[in-house]
Write a protein of this length. Structure first.
Length: 142
């Protein structure tokens, strides 16, 4: 039983299919909780909610406006939705985005789902991210 991989080229050329990207209108926060914290019911609204538990932490991505004020969080993030779906064995999706964003000095926080990926970028860097990704051949859907 061998794994069959699909490869998305990470350099811009005629054979690369551009990724379609949508900027979600909401502002998000990334919250760090202790690993033993209860499921955050306050984080249940919005187009994007991610809760990930590891041995080290419970990490939450949710609407910034829903974060209780006493929690450790980083706000001011916007979500770039990759219009999928992408097969789980596709190689290079994130690399085709992360490389141009790194070159443009745009930090990212990535949330992946079964069908697609979301790249969170600081609100004040959305225009720079868009310019870098469009220069790399990707398309924004307004």
């Amino acid at each position: 039983m061998g794994l069959k991989l699909r490869v998305l080229k990470t350099t811009r050329d005629e054979s690369m299919s551009p990724l379609e990207i949508e900027v979600l209108p909401e502002v998000y926060a990334i919250v760090a909780l202790p690993p033993s914290a209860d499921w955050p019911r306050w984080a249940a609204r919005g187009a994007l909610v991610s809760v990930t538990r590891t041995r080290e932490e419970l990490s939450v991505v949710c609407l910034e406006s829903d974060v209780p004020g006493h929690l450790e969080s980083a706000g001011g993030w916007r979500a770039l939705l990759l219009r999928g779906p992408f097969e789980l064995d596709t190689v290079g999706v994130l690399a085709s985005l992360a490389a141009p964003l790194a070159e443009a000095g745009v930090p990212v926080f990535v949330v992946s789902t079964f069908h697609t990926d979301y790249l969170l970028v600081h609100d004040e860097l959305v225009a720079r991210a868009r310019e870098a990704l469009e220069s790399a051949g990707h398309v924004f859907i307004d």
